[in-house]
Design a protein around this ligand. Structure first.
Ligand SMILES: NC(=O)c1ccc[n+]([C@@H]2O[C@H](COP(=O)([O-])OP(=O)(O)OC[C@H]3O[C@@H](n4cnc5c(N)ncnc54)[C@H](OP(=O)(O)O)[C@@H]3O)[C@@H](O)[C@H]2O)c1
Length: 355
C-alpha cells in the first residue's frame, strides 16, 4: 500500500518541501502504525526546515511536531492498545505523513468525540502554554502577565489558559490581530507601533509578574524591563533567528542547531548576576518531556479534559490537506495567522476521533 509524506530535501525556504509517494511503513517490534488524521504546523517546523532549530534532524527528513491519528496496525509485542483507537503523539518530526510508526510509549489516548484538528492543537501549543504558566512561572490568580505573540498558536493558548487561571493579561500582537487578544481577555499592545515596556508600566506602574517571550535575542532583555522586582521572563523561542534571517527565502542554508543559544545563556546569566531580582528562565517542551515523560502525559490528559468540558477552545486558523504543506508553511511565515494551522486527512474539517 502506498502513502504520502512530506520531506525537507535541504535547509532553506519553502521550496525545500517535497511531496513523496512511497510504500507505507511497517511497524517494528514495540511500534504501532498510526493513520494520521491531523498534524500541526508550527514555527518550529519552519525553523527546522531552515536548519536553525535545536531539534533539526539531518536532511532529508519529514517535518511535523505533533499528530492525532487512529491506530492502524500493531507491531510484535504490543498489548493494551487496539486498532481503531484514537491517539495523540509528539514525535518532534515525522507527523507530516499519512502513516507513521511510533513506539507505543509515545502514544496518549484521545477521549472520544473530540475534533482531531482541535485535539492536535493541544499537543505542542497548549502543553507549552500550560507548563510555562504552571510549572515555570507558577502563576497565581490575580497576577499580571505579558504574553508576546499573543495572537499566534502558543499565544492564544496562553490567553485561554491564563484566563482560566484568573490572570490579568497583556499581549503583544500586530494591530490587525488586536480584537482576538481582547476577545480572549487580554489587553492588546501593538508591538509594531508601541513600546511594550512603556505600555506595561503605564497600565501596571511597577510591572508584571511574568513575561512569556518566544522572540529571543535582545528582546529577552526588553521583556525583563517590563517585570516588577522579583518577576521572571520565561524564554521559550528564538523567532528572531527567522525574522532576521532566511524567513521565507529560497536560500540553501546549513544545519545550525546552536543558533541563538549562546546569547540565550548570556541573558539567563545576566538575570542572576544583575540587581533587581528579575530572572530569565528557559522553557523547552522537548527537554521537559525527555526528563519527565509522565508529566507530559499527565498535562496532555488534563488538557484533553479541559477541551472535552469546553473550558478551552483552540483556534484553528486553517485546515489544509497534507499535500498543501508548503502552502501551509508559507501562510504561517507571512504572519497574521490567528491560532493554529492544521494539516488534515483528505482536507476534511470534520474528522474526529473515537477512542
Ligand atoms: N520552547 C518550547 O518548548 C516551544 C514550544 C512551542 C513553540 N515554541 C516557540 O514559540 C514561538 C511561537 O510559535 P507559534 O507556533 O505559536 O508561532 P505563530 O503561531 O506563528 O505565532 C507567532 C506570533 O508571533 C507574533 N510576532 C512576531 N514577531 C513579534 C514581535 N516582535 N513581538 C510580538 N509578537 C511577534 C506574530 O504576530 P503577527 O503575525 O501579528 O506579526 C505571531 O502571532 C516560536 O518561536 C516557537 O519556536 C517554543
Amino acid at each position: 500500500m502506498k502513502h504520502t509524506r512530506i520531506i525537507v530535501t535541504h535547509y532553506g525556504g519553502p521550496d525545500a518541501l517535497q511531496v513523496l509517494e512511497e510504500e507505507c511503513p511497517e511497524p517494528k517490534d514495540g511500534e504501532v502504525r498510526v493513520r494520521v488524521l491531523a498534524a500541526g504546523v508550527a514555527l518550529p517546523d519552519i525553523m527546522a526546515r531552515e536548519g536553525v532549530h535545536p531539534e533539526t534532524p539531518p536532511v532529508s527528513f519529514t517535518p511535523g511536531w505533533d499528530l492525532v491519528g487512529v491506530v492502524d496496525r500493531l507491531g510484535a509485542g504490543i498489548s493494551g492498545i487496539e486498532p481503531g483507537q484514537t491517539v495523540a503523539a509528539m514525535p518532534i518530526h515525522g507527523a507530516y505523513a499519512e502513516f507513521v510508526c511510533l513506539p507505543q510509549r509515545e502514544l496518549v489516548p484521545v477521549p472520544s468525540g473530540l475534533d482531531a484538528a482541535e485535539a492536535v492543537s493541544l499537543i505542542l501549543n497548549y502543553i507549552t502554554a500550560y507548563q510555562m504558566l504552571h510549572r515555570s512561572a507558577k502563576v497565581n490568580p490575580g497576577q499580571r502577565v505579558l504574553f508576546h505573540g499573543a495572537s499566534g498558536g502558543v499565544g492564544t493558548a496562553l490567553l485561554q489558559l491564563g484566563r482560566l487561571a484568573g490572570l490579568e493579561m497583556y499581549g503583544t500582537c500586530s494591530s490587525r490581530n488586536a480584537a482576538v487578544v481582547s476577545d480572549l481577555g487580554g489587553v492588546p499592545i501593538d508591538y509594531q507601533h508601541e513600546d511594550f515596556v512603556e505600555e506595561v508600566h503605564r497600565h501596571t506602574s511597577e510591572g508584571v509578574d511574568a513575561v512569556f517571550d518566544p522572540i529571543g535575542g535582545a528582546h529577552l532583555w526588553h521583556s525583563r524591563e517590563a517585570l516588577r522586582p522579583g518577576g521572571r521572563v520565561v524564554g521559550y523561542g528564538n523567532t528572531t533567528s527567522l525574522r532576521g534571517g532566511g524567513l521565507g527565502s529560497d536560500r540553501t542554508g546549513r544545519r545550525n542547531r546552536l543558533h541563538g543559544i549562546p546569547i540565550y545563556a548570556l541573558y539567563i546569566a545576566g538575570g542572576w548576576l544583575l540587581p533587581g531580582r528579575k530572572r530569565v528562565v528557559p522553557y523547552s517542551i522537548q527537554t521537559l518531556k525527555r526528563l519527565r515523560p509522565a508529566l507530559f502525559r499527565r498535562d496532555l490528559i488534563a488538557l484533553f479534559d479541559l477541551l472535552h468540558d469546553q473550558k478551552i477552545k483552540p483556534l484553528v486558523a486553517h485546515r489544509l490537506p497534507l499535500a498543501e504543506a508548503r502552502h501551509a508553511q508559507e501562510t504561517l511565515e507571512k504572519g497574521g495567522v490567528i491560532g493554529k494551522i492544521v494539516l488534515v486527512r483528505n482536507g476534511s474539517s470534520l474528522e474526529s476521533g473515537a477512542a
